[in-house]
Design a protein around this ligand. Structure first.
Ligand code: SF4
Length: 210
């Protein structure tokens, strides 16, 4: 009964999010420069949740999360193919901003919209108590989900990812850098990430999606 209620509440919430126009009609600051297109995957059964940043332009246009080179790299990190990655019964995808935020003056993506967090995130995670592993990608998601466990910067937080994962309770938290090509230099400089963090990530993903 409780599971049915969660499922219904989540469906209702997903519908509300799909029609959200807050960043156009009642923005905290500058309005979103295009029509909103929230890209988020809620789930009442997934044991893994990918907590990322915000959709880029390709995701905005396709409405498929991580449908870009960042997604390809993330799937490679996780050791899974697209079929498992996009199985909503197994993996939820909840970025800090659900809509593409637009570009800054240098052509980079703007930060996730703050409106999403205020409006949606607390109620949303309350409705998904079954999540066992939260992949916390990038500084915005780490600010929201990790709070006291966070270290002085993203590199240090990721460096302590295994330790934080051990100490966290349900859901366990695993900090990752953003899989964007912009982070290729970071990945080269910090080869310990592939050696120390990815084996744990792949083991957990395999177990929780089995
Ligand atoms: S970014 Fe979030 S709050 Fe803003 S319009 Fe999209 S769903 Fe609504």
């Amino acid at each position: 009964m409780q599971a049915d209620k969660h499922q219904n509440d989540l469906k209702a919430l997903q519908q509300k999010i799909s029609s959200c126009r807050i960043c156009r009609d009642e923005p905290i600051s500058t309005p979103l420069p295009h029509e909103p297109n929230p890209v988020v995957r809620l789930s009442s059964t997934a044991r893994i949740c990918i907590a990322g940043q915000a959709p880029g332009i390709r995701v905005h246009e396709s409405s498929i999360p991580f449908n870009d080179p960042s997604g390809d790299r993330l799937r490679q990190w996780m050791g899974i193919d697209r079929d498992i990655f996009y199985d909503e019964g197994k993996i939820a995808i909840i970025p800090m901003g659900f809509c593409f935020p637009g570009w800054d003056a240098k052509g980079g993506d703007l930060p996730p919209r703050k409106e999403c967090k205020t409006q949606w995130h607390d109620q949303l995670f309350t409705l998904m108590p079954q999540i066992e592993l939260l992949l916390v990608i990038g500084q915005y998601a780490q600010n929201y989900h990790m709070k006291a466990q966070k270290k002085k910067n993203l590199t240090e937080t990721v460096r302590h990812a295994v330790d934080i994962w051990h100490k966290s309770q349900k859901p366990r938290l695993l900090a990752l850098p953003h899989p964007s090509w912009r982070n290729s230099g970071w990945l080269k400089r910090n080869s310990w990430f592939e050696e120390q963090i990815l084996p744990l990530l792949r083991r957990e993903v395999k177990q929780l999606t089995a």
